[in-house]
Write a new protein. Sequence first.
Length: 265
Amino acid sequence: MEKLLEDKVVIVMGAGSCGPGWGNGKAAAVAYAREGASIVAVDMQLERAQETQGLIEEEGGRCIALAADVSSASDVQAVVASTVDQYDRIDVLHNNVGTARLGDPVELESADWDFVMNVNLKSAWLACKSVLPIMLQQGSGVVTNISSVASLRVLTGAMLTYNVSKAALNNLTQTVAIGYADKGIRANAILPGLINTPMIFENEEYVEMFGGREKFVATRDAMCPTGKMGTAWDVADAAVFLASDKARYINGVILPVDGGLNLAK
């Protein structure tokens, strides 16, 4: 059976996992590779990217691992240059990086606001700025930004920075989509809902607000219309589809992958 992304080159920004198990970026990188793509796995910590590389290569796939701070213009430019040197093209840019700092508008520190905006929003812009010229030369390309259902529905006021940055990411996605639609380039955003990945336990302060890990997971499961959080593979499968020619007429879509959470009252 023909693979959906045979001979394509995919950059996954945030391809590592912050803990044991499958994070969204790690699963996406492996899913792309399983469909025939060559992967550039990028993470702030090289060993995390290398773990993803190892998983891909164990399955016979192709991957290089790079370390980068995706909020740094020079780091992003270096990733793009290395990708072109290695593969001579870039077919898919997958922006998966995201973080949060707790606090409402009064409590939040200015430095925390800047940090989250740089990681969640500026990084995607920097990646687009460096990759889009390559895609323009090719006359084709796909940008997939991983946003959040929190960009549509505020689940808690304490996540101000996350909510606002992801809403802005949606707009960035659609601005790219309409601006490059006649140049063979598509851009879409995936909005994960409550997904059970290692990342949800990263902010221990937030987890403890729910009474610890077990209660945290139970609470998140109960919030989902399906009664269960999604997995990183739910997000990865959507990303593979949007990157493929099966989705060649899908552009500027803000796609919730949330089991219907954004519809719940």
